[in-house]
Design a protein around this ligand. Structure first.
Ligand code: UD1
Length: 362
């Protein structure tokens, strides 16, 4: 039987692929997992494979960091080489989300007439300044099977003339939260937060907020970072900030308010534990906006637009941008309507496996 080649490269893709890999296995669909090497630090990559039970990748391109062109090109060339060597055995190439690894993989496969499967298709911020927006628009154009988290994604695709192969399955990160929240509780291990600059691990002692920042529009602009930290400091308890490597070079020039605690990047189960205990989330991540929602936490999004527009309903998610006054205002503004389920039933990966089976006649 021919195989699906799955290409992953960045932290959130390991989470998404872990649940879909399980579903493919259960459905008897052979899969080969390949790592582009876009994320390479142990805390950004290896620890996720261990925790999530993802099989060791069959291959790692070790593309590493670089400019967008260089990183995308390196992954494109390596994917092409791989696909050429396995052409007869490959059913399709599966990619996730909107990173440089996603676009590079899709481009290599499409040029070789190998079907592209895109999980998390149809997302749009309508902001072409974001590299992710460029990656997702192009990946969707190149895909044969497009799995959307909600009707919003399918509507965006229709507006761009894409309707064949589009399926609304729900969001695979919902599956991950469902499966791994249980595991985090079962393991019964206390949450351990490791200070960024060394020092003894600690746990939460009172109400806490979780802060994450990794978008270049925020991290690369000192005024934006200062505004975010000033606004976040208004939270009445501790603000836990797991620091993405992108921030490292710029930390020395920042004034860190005393209630903001910098910690090392968190493994997925610890992130879920922290989220479960947190009172509030402040983030510019896409995935974390949804994870906050599923765990019924209020979220403040440090951007001016979101792809996850459904979470804005009732104020569960508020868009502030990097604006201290707007963040302060949002902190004092709790959700106004009861929580309701969004983005599927938590079994999106099973739906995806079933559709793949039917589509390819397996
Ligand atoms: C990438 C994705 C983004 C996704 C994010 C998840 C693109 C364009 N962006 O952003 O959509 O939300 O992953 O985290 O693909 N670095 C390390 N060690 C690592 C990884 C990165 O030190 O393991 C540093 C490097 O200096 C690198 C910088 O972080 O230049 C940014 O990494 P990169 O993979 O280019 O993009 P992310 O910001 O992680």
């Amino acid at each position: 039987m021919k195989e699906i080649i799955t290409l992953v490269g960045a932290r959130p893709q390991f989470v998404k692929a872990s649940v879909v890999s399980r579903a493919l296995r259960d459905a008897g669909i052979p899969e080969v997992l390949v790592h582009s090497g876009q994320h390479y630090d142990a805390a950004m990559s290896a620890v996720f494979f261990e925790e999530l039970g993802l099989p060791e990748p069959a291959l790692n391109f070790e593309a590493g960091s670089g400019s967008h062109g260089a990183q995308t090109a390196a992954i494109l060339a390596k994917t092409e080489e791989l696909l050429l060597s396995r052409r007869d055995r490959t059913l399709a190439l599966m990619v996730y989300g909107d990173t440089n690894s996603t676009l590079a993989g899709a481009l290599a496969a499409a040029k070789l007439h190998i079907p592209v499967i895109h999980v998390e298709a149809g997302l749009r911020s309508f902001n072409r300044q974001m590299p992710e927006e460029v990656n997702r628009v192009l990946t969707d154009q190149l895909s044969s099977l497009l799995f959307c988290s909600s009707e919003t994604g399918a509507a965006h695709l229709r507006a761009e003339g894409i309707s064949a192969g589009v399926h609304i399955t729900g969001d695979v990160m919902h599956d991950a939260v469902r499966i791994f929240s249980g595991l985090a509780t079962e393991k019964g291990e206390a949450l351990r937060l490791v200070p960024l600059n060394g020092g003894a691990p600690f746990t939460l002692s009172g109400p806490a907020a979780l802060l994450t920042v990794h978008r270049p529009s925020n991290t690369d602009d000192p005024a934006n970072m200062a505004a975010i930290l000033e606004g976040a400091a208004d939270f009445s308890g501790e603000v836990i900030w797991p620091v993405h490597p992108r921030n490292h070079d710029r930390l020395s020039g920042m004034r860190i308010p005393p209630n903001i605690r910098l910690v090392k990047p968190l493994p997925y189960l610890s992130l879920l534990q922290l989220l479960a205990q947190a009172a509030l989330v402040l983030t510019d991540s896409g995935g974390l906006q949804k994870e906050a929602y599923w765990l019924k936490k209020a979220c403040i999004t440090l951007r001016l637009e979101t792809e996850w527009v459904e979470t804005l309903e009732g104020g569960w998610n508020q868009l502030t941008g990097p604006d201290a006054a707007a963040i302060r205002q949002a902190i004092s503004n709790p959700p106004a309507t009861p929580w309701q389920p969004l983005y599927g039933d938590g079994y999106a990966s099973q739906h995806i496996a079933a559709i793949i089976k039917a589509h390819f006649g397996l």
